[in-house]
Design a protein around this ligand. Structure first.
Ligand code: CFM
Length: 537
């Protein structure tokens, strides 16, 4: 069923007028005839609406820092902030030296009432002492949770004393959960400090091999990063660092020697990409390893950037070999998937990236959105100068380094850069809207009420989202695939990942389970009502 402005209005009509006015700005139906369609994003969720969003601490410690395997990540806060972030993101890591891989640990200061009343700095110092005694890591991060900011513990001072005492880097992150409006604030905070204090701190002046690249915004969920590295190394690239999936502190220190930065998740790491360009003159390329054609295009764009005959030859050889291997398998799954309709709602970049994979399997994306992305992730980076900073963004520090006098080096000539920019997304991201079909719906910070309403009208065959709505959706008789954690599966990136994804969602479609579920609206009378300013009508 095609969606219309009228149907959208019917959903919105159920809200009180103030809420309706607000939510209207977060939803649009793509209309390619309009040059621009502005969306409101990265603004505070209306109090009372239970949003899918996380917090600044989740974005900083959970998303960006957590996957760095050889640093110990200490959470300063009550235990719940640690426990509920422990092991759920599936950012895999392995290490040559298993004693230098702390990924499975959960380390918290376990603040109690007395720490809140009398201050928690002493306890934090004690935990650092214990961590040094037990693990003796090469570096530590400290992440603040909400109460730390409220009581004013000086984590920076504790970190400084510990650094002097132990001679290892102790990085302090003021990522109290309430900062900003979502985990997006935490990404920015983590990006700033990694850039300021870690990246470029090694003595390495030149990469040890040809075609050195950094892979930014790839967190190795379900092994995605490993599949991408397999392909890149097969072609002949040298991966200096991955930020931060299966990431290593020492590798991140060397990131300045790369000649190109690849940006997979634009939302969480575009800050570092920009800062690396400013400080070292390294351009960044928007890549996408989700989807077969997207992967192929990314590999060709990279080869074009380096413009090396051998590399181009290897790229084509790897593409041809991989396609010959996976296409017959994908074709089998396509028979099951063809003609299906999807909703795709994820955090900040997957809501866009997975649409390619759906399209390749013959699945149309009817509705997509992000929990916490910014306008540029929907509308393209050209809107950045027009984005107004509101009060919620003002407590997130903005950091931009100067060019490094010794190490700044243009990797390619300005003329060549301009020439390339016309062909490949160098320093450019066009956003989700650009790739979506006319008539499809784009929703920012989708909530549970809207989820149910859109499902009832459009009846998708699959809904890819997260744990917070998975079971509501499945009880409505619709298969739901988690695209944050990939449930228990993965990888979904690259060539092997595309096959795994096709297999997993085909199983979802083919399962007879759905025949045994009767959605509530099929046999229960529905109470229809409106919430108005005066109450329930
Ligand atoms: Fe980037 Fe991510 Fe995402 Fe993200 Fe996340 Fe994630 Fe995500 Mo969950 S960094 S924005 S903060 S791609 S944890 S690996 S799946 S919401 S769409």
């Amino acid at each position: 069923m095609a969606f219309s402005e009228k149907l959208l209005q019917e959903i919105l009509d159920k809200y009180p007028s103030k809420v309706q006015k607000n939510r209207k700005k977060h939803i649009f139906i793509k209309n390619g005839e309009l040059e621009s369609q502005q969306i409101e994003a990265n603004t505070r969720t209306i109090p009372g609406i239970i949003t899918n969003r996380g917090c600044a601490y989740a974005g900083c410690k959970g998303v960006v820092l957590g996957p760095i395997k050889d640093m110990v990540h200490i959470v300063h806060g009550p235990i719940g902030c640690s426990y509920y972030a422990w092991g759920t993101r599936r950012n895999k890591a392995h290490s040559e030296d298993p004693t230098d891989n702390y990924i499975n640990y959960c380390i918290s200061t376990d603040m109690q009432e007395s720490d809140i009343v009398f201050g928690g700095e002493k306890k934090l110092t004690k935990v650092i002492d214990e961590v040094m005694e037990i693990f003796n890591p090469k570096a530590i991060t400290l992440s603040a949770t909400c109460p730390v900011g409220l009581i004013g513990d000086d984590m920076g001072a504790v970190a400084k004393v510990a650094e002097e005492k132990y001679g290892v880097q102790v990085l302090s992150f003021s990522c109290e959960g309430y900062k900003g409006v979502s985990q997006s604030a935490g990404h920015h905070i983590a990006n700033n400090i990694l850039m300021e204090k870690v990246i470029g701190t090694s003595d390495l002046e030149k990469a040890p091999s040809k075609f050195p690249i950094n892979l930014l915004g790839e967190y190795n969920i379900g092994g995605d990063g490993w599949e991408v590295e397999r392909i890149l190394e097969d072609i002949g690239y040298y991966v200096v660092s991955v930020m931060t999936g299966d990431g290593s502190y020492d590798d991140i220190k060397n990131a300045h020697v790369a000649e190109l930065n690849l940006v997979q998740c634009h939302r969480s790491i575009n800050y570092i990409a920009e800062m690396l360009e400013k400080k070292y003159g390294t351009p960044w390329l928007k890549v996408n390893f989700i989807g077969i054609q997207a992967t192929v295009e990314t590999l060709r764009n990279m080869a074009l950037y380096f413009d090396d005959e051998e590399l181009i030859k290897n790229t084509e050889a790897v593409i041809a070999r991989e396609l010959a291997r996976i296409e017959p398998v994908i074709d089998q799954y396509k028979k099951i998937c063809e003609g299906k309709k999807a909703f795709c709602f994820v955090g900040g970049s997957r809501g866009h990236h997975f649409q390619n994979l759906f399209a390749e399997l013959g699945i149309e994306t009817l509705l997509a959105g992000y929990e916490f992305a910014h306008r540029d992730d929907y509308e393209g980076r050209e809107v950045i100068p027009t984005i107004k900073t509101d009060a919620d963004s003002k407590n997130i520090p903005h950091y931009m380094p100067e060019a490094d006098e010794k190490r700044f080096k243009l990797k390619i000539s300005p003329e060549r850069l301009e020439e390339l920019k016309a062909k490949i997304p160098l320093g450019e991201y066009k956003g989700m809207r650009f790739d979506m079909e006319d008539g499809s719906i784009i929703v920012d910070d989708l909530n549970h009420f809207e989820t149910e309403e859109f499902i009832k009208i459009l009846k998708p065959d699959i809904f890819t989202s997260g744990i917070k709505d998975k079971y509501v959706i499945q009880k409505m008789g619709i298969p739901s695939k988690q695209l944050h954690s990939y449930d228990y599966s993965g990888p979904y990136a690259g060539f092997n990942g595309a096959v795994q994804f096709a297999k997993d969602i085909s199983m979802g479609f083919a399962s007879p389970t759905w025949n045994f579920i009767t959605p509530p609206w099929k046999d229960q009378p529905l109470l229809e009502g409106k919430v108005t300013e005066e109450g329930v009508a």
